[in-house]
Write a protein that binds this ligand. Structure first.
Ligand SMILES: Cc1cc2nc3c(=O)[nH]c(=O)nc-3n(C[C@H](O)[C@H](O)[C@H](O)COP(=O)(O)OP(=O)(O)OC[C@H]3O[C@@H](n4cnc5c(N)ncnc54)[C@H](O)[C@@H]3O)c2cc1C
Length: 366
């Protein structure tokens, strides 16, 4: 907002003392956390979210894993940064972290991109706890070469939304829901933080010359009832990757699959979404979706994880995943905070646990 628009002498004084008016665009976990930290640093912060609620896109629709590195045996940097960032995420959002679950990881006998010994050596190097366990009953013994239990957590998306909202209010962030930010709206702010993930290029000012290509994946996350798997997550890592993890405290599970989760993919400046999927994106649980790959999830998944054969499909969640292109070799998921110009900062997010560290970087750049 322009200094005149803030209206009060108090704000004018503050602004002359180095306090800035900041627009944060995107009410996902990265935008919300950046807004909270900027407000705590004393700035006057406005947060814009085009949807009618916070955390409706990727921050509300994902695999809910608070990564510590197990998933990234081919990218030590991603593993290390996830483990480091886990500490500050927990401190900030403790109420939304689901502890004490069972986290089971398996390496497939065929098609794995990481060998069992390499995985164990990687865990030792990264200080990630592993305990070897028998394959059965959770995995089909003939299909897997190694099964371990590790120590990670999940996030509860509903609790995360509640705690984020509370912290935004406490820190004095002015929230503008149902408000799609446009370049004109952002003109009067001293600084703009873009945290729009799948739409990062839309508001990147062309004169900064830093429009970035991304890989966009339109994803389905089936939500299933899996009696007998309460508070347990199972992952077949890297290669024929698939997983089942609790969906918050709902008692249901969310499925992942490296192939079947993706309905459409493109590399470019913006995502290309098939017309028949557009109405379902970021709309929460779609019951009886007309488009679903649930049969493929179950057929391929139950070859490794037998309980999946009994999964009852409750509905599916659809959203866009955005990753850096051409990183298939390492599967790296960096979080990158960039100062684009005197006024613009961009957050490209990798893993949710990194949001607090990213917010600290934003504050340092303001
Ligand atoms: C299928 C899937 C599984 C994943 N699994 C995991 C996992 O298990 N663990 C993990 O750590 N990470 C996971 N990730 C990655 C993680 O979810 C994302 O990195 C993170 O949630 C992105 O947060 P964000 O705040 O950057 O973006 P988002 O949460 O997508 O928020 C961006 C917001 O910007 C808003 N917006 C866009 N344009 C405008 C505008 N012009 N004006 C106002 N608002 C606008 C959007 O409506 C949206 O709410 C997964 C991602 C996907 C898609």
């Amino acid at each position: 907002m322009s200094k005149e628009k803030t209206g009060t002498a108090h704000i004018r004084d503050a602004l002359s003392n180095g306090v800035k008016s900041i627009a944060v665009v995107g009410g996902g976990i990265f935008g919300c956390t950046a807004a909270i930290y900027a407000a705590r640093a004393g700035h006057e912060v406005h947060l814009f979210e085009k949807e009618k609620d916070l955390l409706q896109a990727a921050s509300g629709i994902n695999q809910y894993r608070l990564h510590r590195g197990y998933h990234y045996p081919r990218s030590s940097d991603t593993a290390r940064s996830a483990k480091d960032a886990d500490v500050s995420f927990r401190e900030e959002y403790r109420e939304a972290v689901i502890e004490n679950g069972r986290h089971i990881y398996a390496i497939a006998k065929e098609g794995s991109l990481v060998a069992p010994d390499t995985f164990l050596a990687f865990c030792r190097e990264q200080g990630l706890e592993v305990k070897e366990i028998p394959a059965g009953p959770h995995l089909v013994p003939d299909m897997v070469a190694l099964v371990v239990e590790g120590e990670e957590s999940w996030m509860d998306p509903a609790a995360l939304r509640r705690v984020v909202l509370k912290k935004l209010k406490e820190s004095g962030v002015e929230l503008h829901l149902n408000t799609r930010a446009t370049p004109e709206m952002l003109e009067s702010f001293d600084a703009v933080v873009l945290a729009t993930y799948a739409r990062l290029n839309e508001l990147t000012p062309p004169d900064t010359g830093v429009v970035q290509e991304y890989q966009f994946e339109v994803c389905e996350k089936p939500v299933v009832r899996l009696p007998g798997l309460e508070n347990t997550g199972i992952v077949v890592l890297d290669g024929p990757f698939m997983c089942a993890d609790p969906w918050g405290e709902s008692g249901l599970h969310v499925l992942g699959n490296v192939v079947h989760a993706i309905h459409a993919t493109n590399v470019g400046r913006s995502s290309v979404v098939p017309e028949n999927l557009a109405p379902f994106l970021d709309r929460g649980l779609i019951r009886n979706p007309p488009i679903t790959k649930i049969k493929d999830f179950i057929e391929s998944g139950s070859r490794y994880i037998p309980i999946l054969a009994h999964a009852e499909h409750v509905g599916s969640l659809f959203t866009i995943r955005t990753v850096l292109p051409r990183l298939e070799k390492t599967d790296a998921r960096p979080t990158i905070v960039t100062k684009l110009s005197d006024r613009y900062i961009r957050i490209f997010s990798g893993k949710i646990g990194n949001c607090v560290e990213a917010a600290k970087q934003v504050v340092a750049l303001l």
